[in-house]
Design a protein around this ligand. Sequence first.
Ligand code: AMP
Length: 290
Amino acid sequence: MKVLRTPAEVHSLRDELRNRAVTVGLVPTMGYLHEGHDSLLKAAREENDVVVMSLFVNPTQFRAGEDLSTYPRDEERDLAIAGQSGVDYVYAPLPDDIYPSGYATRVEVEGLTEVLCGSETSRGPGHFAGVTTIVAKLLNAVDPDVAYFGQKDAQQATVIRRMAEDLEFRTRIDILPTVRERDGLAMSSRNAYLSPEARERATAIWASLLETETVFAESGLDAALDAGRHHLESAGITPEYFEARYPGTLDPADGEGSDPILVAVAAKVDGTRLIDNILIEPERDNRRKP
Ligand code: AMP
């Protein structure tokens, strides 16, 4: 496995790979790898000749006051895991190489980035502009056949799909299921912040989404959202948002019809901001009814 540090190194790698006519899979990460990342790396390994993983804590997607300076980092461990997962190249640049002096370009997706995590009371639309800018730069530099992302960040997946289509990137965007701890908590680098007590309480997030799914099948969407929110609040967790939306457009879901519904939640548990979601399929749930 080789570690690349600069855009110039990635560009010359790309030239070489193009001459060899191999397929390339890209897995963008901010490091502090866990099994969620690993599932993306495994898929990339199975489906491509060459696997590139990027490792970059992207400063432009953090708001002032967020956890950029304390975001967990352990490059040595990440490189060891990447090696074991069959990664061929890790691209781990420095912020100054990605955003050199004079850098002035932002890639912004409108609309989709103004709700849920993008609302002003949450991380704000600037968060997603940071995400789409870095992902656009990575897609441009690495030019992968496939790029892999996790359903855990459902809104991010929707926004990146939109960007890739709008800007005519020819990379296929694959979204893989959320990998969970045994008790249901979605794996996240930020789980490392949780005290044992907060870690225990955080299980209420996934439980509240399962509760929402169950109640939806019996009593409809409004009752389901009430039940989910109530479950969370009973565990002493106040959601930043707990909302039902259609996954492709992120328009509010009304619970009528057969389209899948994304129920997404963000909540701070003892100061650690966690997100999770569930996709509810009304038709399947209706079929379960007696
Ligand atoms: P991050 O390093 O947190 O920016 O995540 C890098 C990629 O891994 C993103 O596409 C995430 O959606 C994905 N990811 C993070 N956590 C999980 C998880 N628990 N299951 C599946 N994918 C995940």
